[in-house]
Design a protein around this ligand. Structure first.
Ligand SMILES: Cc1cc2nc3c(=O)[nH]c(=O)nc-3n(C[C@H](O)[C@H](O)[C@H](O)COP(=O)(O)OP(=O)(O)OC[C@H]3O[C@@H](n4cnc5c(N)ncnc54)[C@H](O)[C@@H]3O)c2cc1C
Length: 397
């Protein structure tokens, strides 16, 4: 077992560091403050396109669609490096600056030849963004109970229903919408369909969120929205299962999203603890401050390796659903507490916007809910350990 980075991984991490310091870090606050207007969005897209020019967004996509061969762990190291150097790993619409997004991973695997050619290269180039349309006003965790329908009429689907809490409602070019295409109950009746956001019959609305632009979410009402049958992704009735594979990927990556951010807070807290004096000595000598640092460093070390292992399993093509859920539950939970402790070490400065701690807290807090809540992750872990018969809410065989 070798815990060191390969030479290529180190070079890659250094490249992300340089890019973050120059292109991302100076703009994080600006993008966040411009929630809901064009300025933040334009800057985020510009940064995304610059990341694309460097090949970051292509990593992990198949080469036939313009991707760059890369293993999931290396992509995770890149995502960690964005946070570690004062940036954010995602600037809007849940689109990582390095590696495939959830919908990108689905399209690259299950999309038709035409969908791959039409969408994936543009997603990699930062010209198109596709987001996830799963959650509805009446259900989020209980995703097999969605009500949105896609009724087949000739060579079109007619979509009716409402999606909510979707990243990128305002800016995305399309959503991968999960809709019922048959009367089969639960997961079996659900298909994944690409629905462009400029289609007739679409009405959008927005929520203001704690997260600013980077976690902007909204809803779409679909009233007799017509899309060609060619927009079906994968097979009819398989959408739910495609979605679950997509969530494994996003959940495993979420650990690296958050570890880098929390580590940066810790590093800043350590530097502050060495120079800030109270009662005649640096605050780093006080047990309260020092122990917050020691505990945070230990928790982050464990979180980092849990995250790396989930991604290593993904790269080795081994099952990693359980580990992805362990990451998604535990890492954002401890990272939130670590950043909160680091904020405490800064005293009042931590509560101001001079520090990015408050922004990091808001970013990380979203991951307690987005892509499956921390409670749902524990159910997945329990199911993987105890077996499907122990799923508390199981309805169908
Ligand atoms: C920042 C952000 C971005 C998002 N982006 C998207 C997106 O792009 N696309 C999309 O479709 N959705 C998105 N979502 C929505 C997200 O997927 C849902 O909010 C999430 O799945 C939870 O659903 P809910 O909000 O309806 O909560 P509910 O499912 O109603 O749950 C409410 C509470 O009950 C708990 N709970 C529910 N069932 C159980 C159970 N069986 N056992 C124990 N506890 C349970 C939950 O953990 C939660 O605490 C996003 C959400 C956020 C916050």
């Amino acid at each position: 077992m070798d815990f060191s980075l390969s030479e290529e991984q180190q070079i890659f991490v250094d490249t992300v560091r340089d890019f973050t310091l120059k292109e991302v870090q100076p703009w994080v606050r600006y993008i966040e403050e411009n929630q809901g207007n064009d300025l933040g969005h334009k800057k985020a897209r510009e940064i995304f396109k610059n990341a694309a020019k460097l090949g970051l967004t292509a990593m992990g996509y198949p080469e036939v669609v313009g991707g760059v061969k890369s293993d999931p762990l290396t992509i995770g190291l890149g995502c960690e490096a964005f946070g570690l150097h004062g940036g954010l790993p995602q600037l809007e619409s849940g689109q990582p600056l390095c590696g495939p997004s959830g919908p990108g991973s689905v399209l690259a695997i299950a999309g038709s030849k035409e969908q791959k050619e039409e969408w994936v290269p543009k997603m990699i180039a930062g010209e198109k963004v596709v987001s996830i349309g799963s959650t509805e006003p009446h259900c989020g965790s209980d995703a097999s109970q969605i009500k949105t329908t896609a009724r087949r009429e000739g060579d079109e689907y007619v979509i009716n229903g409402e999606k909510q809490m979707m990243g990128g409602t305002r800016w995305s070019d399309a959503h991968l919408v999960f809709a019922r295409t048959s009367d089969q109950p639960g997961a079996k009746g659900i298909s994944a369909i690409l629905v462009e956001t400029n289609r007739e019959g679409i009405e959008k609305y927005q929520f203001r969120t704690l997260g600013g632009s980077f976690w902007e979410i909204g809803g779409i009402r679909y009233k007799d929205v017509r899309v060609p049958v060619a927009n079906l992704v994968g097979e009819e009735g398989r959408g739910f299962y495609l979605g679950m594979g997509m969530f494994d990927w996003m959940r495993a990556l979420a650990g690296c999203f958050t570890v880098g951010l929390a580590q940066k807070s810790l590093d800043e807290s350590v530097a502050y603890a060495k120079q800030r004096q109270t009662f005649g000595q640096p605050i780093g000598k006080w047990e309260s401050v020092q122990f917050r640092i020691a505990e945070g460093a230990t928790l982050l070390e464990a979180a980092r390796w849990l995250s790396y292992r989930a991604l290593w399993l993904a790269g080795a093509q081994k099952p990693y659903t359980k580990e992805a859920s362990m990451v998604k539950w535990w890492v954002p939970t401890i990272a939130f507490n670590v950043v909160n402790d680091c904020m405490q070490n800064l005293g009042a400065t931590g509560y101001t916007t001079n520090s990015l701690d408050e922004l990091r807290l808001r970013y990380i807090r979203a991951l307690w809910v987005a892509d499956g809540t921390i409670d749902i992750q524990k159910i997945v872990i329990g199911r993987e350990i105890l077996g499907r018969d122990f799923v508390p809410y199981r309805r169908e065989k």
